[in-house]
Design a protein around this ligand. Structure first.
Ligand code: HMG
Ligand code: MG
Length: 298
């Protein structure tokens, strides 16, 4: 039995672009958000307030956020790793911030330069202050299935991060297969570990497509009743601290799957495919979306 509704967060302006070597002009990032919302995407991860030394591509966070023409009903989320990031983010009025932890110690150190336990301590005041300011808080759990440094990650470790997220007031959780190694049953075990602490309305799947498993994993998540998903138009993306990992699952491909299952996303697939083709052209590479390519070849 599938859920009655679905919701997509397009993360391409953030997860999709953060790993680009060439600086992407701010106006291209802003136009990407505008095109996504015009296509009917209702949640967009716009940028991150991280150290520009660590991720130079996101250094224009303020310019991007203040350059947006916001649409009523669309939610704009940004990544925040610490209080310094929160202070800058709040000034730009996001609807939601995303703290990002990991189920793997090694990845936590490489990505945010601290242990898992330290990250939770660091996030606690961030979550508290964001919520006090009326901003929603999501928490990403990276390496929920596998880690580029530690290999397989046991579901129990994912559940433990979810438990700690819950304890500090994180409202929704992303189960992220950062390096795209997951297969359906392993993804279901990771989701179930989180569902022990969060209800179905507050758990989302964030799948990368390195091994071509992301759509199968999406269906496996739907079968558990999960109805929130993160994806990236044209399949853009990759984390700078996860070598060899390819992009997120393409939003076009996920939307094609969901519409085929009779689930309404509110997204115009044709307009989305055009957006994927447009940003791919701006980046000088072919789209990573199979559905996008097929639709535009018709
Ligand atoms: P650190 O070096 O331990 O931090 O980095 P620090 O507090 O010692 O500060 C070092 C310098 O950074 C200082 O500047 C700070 O002011 C500055 P300096 O004095 O040297 O000139 N700084 C900042 N500047 C701007 N904004 C800030 C900020 N914080 C410190 N917020 C830190 C720790 C967390 C800052 C660093 O490791 C960092 O920025 N990491 C971000 C890494 C990142 O963005 N990774 C990609 C996103 S996660 C992801 O993609 C996975 C996900 O998609 C899910 C999935 O697929 O798994 C979410
Ligand atoms: Mg990601």
């Amino acid at each position: 039995k599938l859920p009655a509704r679905v919701r997509i967060v397009d993360v391409s302006p953030r997860d999709g672009l953060q790993n680009e070597r060439q600086p992407v002009p701010t106006d291209v990032k802003v136009e990407l958000v505008h095109r996504l919302q015009a296509a009917g995407v209702q949640e967009i991860e716009v940028t991150s307030y991280v150290s520009p030394k660590w991720v130079p591509q996101m250094a224009d966070n303020h310019a991007v956020m203040t350059g947006l023409q916001r649409r009523p009903g669309v939610r704009y989320a940004v990544l925040v790793p610490n209080l310094k990031g929160l202070e800058a983010a709040l000034a730009d009025r996001p609807d939601e911030i995303v703290v990002f932890g990991a189920a793997s110690e090694a990845f936590s150190r490489k990505n945010i330069n601290c242990s898992i336990a330290e990250s939770i301590e660091r996030f606690a005041p961030v979550v508290e202050q964001a919520r006090a300011a009326g901003v929603a808080v999501r928490g990403a759990i990276s390496c929920a299935v596998g880690c580029p440094y530690e290999g397989e990650v046991a579901p129990g470790r994912v559940g433990e991060v979810a438990r700690r997220f819950k304890a500090i007031g994180v409202q929704r959780v992303d189960v992220a297969d950062t390096i795209g190694v997951g297969t359906p049953l392993r993804v279901q075990r990771a989701l179930e570990a989180v569902l022990a602490h969060y209800d179905l309305d507050h758990v989302s799947g964030h799948f990368h497509d390195t091994y071509g498993q992301a759509l199968a994993n999406t269906l496996a998540a739907l079968q558990l009743g999960v109805w929130n998903f993160q994806s990236s138009v044209a399949g853009l993306g990759g984390c700078p601290y996860a070598k060899g990992a390819t992009g997120n699952v393409a939003t076009e491909d996920v939307v094609y799957l969901l519409h085929g299952l009779g689930l309404d996303t509110g997204i115009d697939l044709e307009a989305l495919a055009e957006t994927g083709a447009w940003i791919s052209e701006r980046l000088g590479r072919p789209t990573g979306s199979r559905a996008g390519r097929a639709l535009l070849a018709r």
